[in-house]
Design a protein around this ligand. Structure first.
Ligand SMILES: *Cc1c(COP(=O)(O)O)cnc(C)c1O
Length: 373
């Protein structure tokens, strides 16, 4: 094979990333205080329309910190989708609580607001809505129901940086927003995360928990048990450079999305991610679904063919209620999640990164067409 291998994701570090990292190193501010930390938190909060942003060392930790700050405890239940990255449910477990899985809406692929109520018990404390594959969840419906039952809502926006719901940016659509800046996310610093919120009391609690529980008024005095969840100034240097080029990065990824849609439009067995009328989805990883009945090829066979041709893809998330840490509890609760199961078996993420060329996309589309008859 002489054609170049196409990975599923690749960071775009072609702006001031290197320059700012060198600047951070020369300044000797390489730990978790420094000018890039402050600049990142200020700029990211503003972009999300939130009062504050708190940088943390990854997106999983952002969810964990949200659970800690919201005082989620052993015995509590949290409603989550099953079609998501495992971090969403793991964070609930870290505080001893139990994730209860709710099916997704076929119109958004996000947690279905109509199915929430039936899953609420005496133990339910809150809901984590995941903006799956860049598409925002129906937050008004979710927030309304949560308010009726006295629940909090967290939005896991790891995959939906700069998405919009009815014109409002993700990160400002619930009590707390959480983000990831892992290497395959839209904006990245390798490993990093953030929380966004308006509530000042909650912010104070999160900042204390992030920094070993230290009293903000009294250095090296620790009134509570905290954690070291901090983000470095070096990582923030990369993030600041990424945010400078946010429009360019988003624009290039959107162009890739449009090209994929065009190149694959005439294959009836291939489906696309739906976009709700009120949604402006973030262009994370381009999604297709493979209708086995219509084309005689299943998702896994198509993936195998693409791999053989040097094209890396990624199957949709294995629904969490089938995974060993969660399946027994889920079975006991009798969870039946047909939309999740269907999507989980037929969905595929295609390569999406700014350096992906039109020629690459055409090659991917040609290979897909060859796999489908
Ligand atoms: C990436 C991701 C996370 C966690 O991010 P890390 O930075 O890898 O810890 C959480 N939730 C979802 C939905 C994600 O896609």
């Amino acid at each position: 094979m002489n054609e170049q291998r196409i990975p599923v994701a690749m960071p775009d570090l072609t702006g001031n990333e290197e320059k700012y990292v060198v600047e951070a190193i020369r300044s000797s501010w390489i730990s978790s205080s420094g000018p890039f930390n402050q600049r990142f938190e200020r700029e990211f909060a503003e972009l999300c329309g939130a009062r504050s942003a708190i940088g943390v060392c990854n997106g999983t930790v952002a969810l964990h910190l949200a659970m800690l700050a919201l005082d989620v405890r052993p015995g509590d239940e949290v409603l989550v989708p099953s079609l998501t990255y495992i971090a969403t449910a793991n964070a609930v477990r870290y505080v001893g609580a139990e994730p209860v899985f709710v099916d997704v809406d076929p119109a958004t692929w996000c947690i279905d607001p109509h199915l929430l109520e039936a899953n609420i018990t005496q133990r339910t404390k809150g809901i984590i809505a995941v903006h799956l594959y860049g598409h925002p969840a129906d937050m008004d419906a979710i927030n309304q129901l949560a308010a009726v039952h006295g629940l909090w809502v967290v939005e896991d926006a790891a995959e939906a940086q700069m998405a919009r719901y009815k014109g409002r940016p993700t990160g400002n659509l619930a009590r707390v927003g959480t983000f990831s800046f892992y290497g395959n996310k839209i904006f990245t610093c390798g490993e990093g995360g953030a929380l966004t919120l308006d509530d000042q009391q909650l912010e104070i609690r999160m900042r204390a928990l992030r920094g070993q529980g230290m009293d903000p008024q009294r250095r090296y005095y620790f009134p509570i048990t905290g954690y070291n969840f901090r983000l470095t100034n070096v990582a923030c240097a990369i993030l600041c450079a990424q945010l400078e080029r946010r429009d360019q990065i988003l624009e290039q990824r959107r162009r890739i999305f449009a090209r994929y849609r065009e190149a694959l439009a005439d294959i009836p067995a291939i489906g696309f991610q739906p976009v709700a009328a009120w949604a402006e989805a973030a262009p994370w990883l381009f999604c297709i679904t493979v209708d086995e009945k219509a084309c005689g090829t299943c998702r896994n066979d198509l993936m195998e063919l693409l791999t053989k041709e040097g094209i890396e893809t990624r199957p949709f998330f294995t629904p969490l209620h089938h995974l060993p840490p969660f399946r027994e509890g889920s079975r006991c609760r009798g969870e039946h999640l047909p939309v999740t199961d269907h999507l989980g078996s037929m969905g595929l993420n295609l390569p999406t990164y700014t350096a992906l060329s039109s020629t690459d996309i055409d090659r991917i589309a040609t290979t897909i067409r060859r796999g489908i008859r």
